[in-house]
Design a protein around this ligand. Structure first.
Ligand code: CO
Length: 251
């Protein structure tokens, strides 16, 4: 089950999340046409180490890199390759930091130069879906309230949510219970979990412009949409407090 954190634990977690937020802010400057994807990964790794953190994904279940870099129809878990960003792409960058024995996890989707209107809308809807889900992360609500609000918002905009991958509790481990689905239909067991003060949750809608179906590449990691449509991903690590959710991986 997810840890219920006291004040000093919240402080430790906050530092981890702040390094991660700064890392993504730093990386954003390099998301431009012609930039090397491998360079993004090494810049992120160096940056995290320089702040006294450890890249949390590298070595996790054998994952080889600091960042997951997923381009266009790649949904999540893209392994950085020796390729270069191209104008018009959208790039989802997911990163995790370990600091003070606490994990943080956050993702954003960036445009590379000028992108199409439909990709722009996909990014905006996914980011807004995350905000809407986060608003429901208050004591007395259930996981259902987060999941249901995300799904309804995304589908009312004509897009689809991925079912096979979900958000999660986070803290002394990268992945803790409860699972945080981005959908309430079909029903999953964690939807009934009550949210309480002190829980940390990684909420992470993955939204496809086309159909919800995905598959995994032969590398065992990279996940792509079956219909080839682009996909976006936004994620924050969020602390539930008495009053309002605290987004720990935000500026
Ligand atoms: Co996550």
């Amino acid at each position: 089950m997810v840890d219920i954190n006291n004040n000093s634990e919240v402080q430790a977690m906050t530092e981890s999340c702040q390094i991660l937020c700064d890392t993504l802010n730093h990386i954003e400057k390099y998301v431009i046409p012609g930039e090397s994807v491998l360079k993004l990964d090494s810049i992120a790794e160096d940056y995290i180490l320089s702040k006294g953190g450890i890249p949390a994904f590298k070595g996790y279940n054998g994952y080889p890199s600091t960042l997951c870099i997923s381009i266009d129809d790649e949904v999540v878990h893209g392994i950085p390759q020796n390729i270069f960003l191209e104008e018009g792409q959208i790039v989802s960058i997911d990163c995790g930091v370990l600091k003070n024995n606490y994990y943080s996890d956050s993702a954003r989707t960036f445009p590379v130069g000028k992108i199409s209107d439909e990709k722009q809308k996909l990014i905006e809807v996914t980011q807004r879906a995350l905000e809407i889900g986060i608003e429901k992360a208050i004591p007395g609500n259930k996981v259902f309230d987060i999941s249901d609000s995300i799904q309804k918002f995304v589908e009312s905009n004509g897009f689809s949510v991925v079912r096979e991958l979900v958000g999660h509790g986070i803290g002394k481990q990268l992945h803790l219970e409860p699972q945080i689905p981005n959908f309430s239909v079909p029903k999953t067991f964690s939807l009934d979990t009550l949210l309480v003060e002190g829980m940390c949750l990684a909420i992470e809608p993955m939204v496809n412009l086309g159909k919800k179906d995905i598959y995994t590449l032969e590398d065992g990691w990279t996940i792509k949409t079956k219909d080839g449509s682009p996909s976006a991903h936004f994620e924050h690590s969020v602390l539930i407090t008495k009053f309002q959710p605290r987004i720990l991986t935000k500026n």
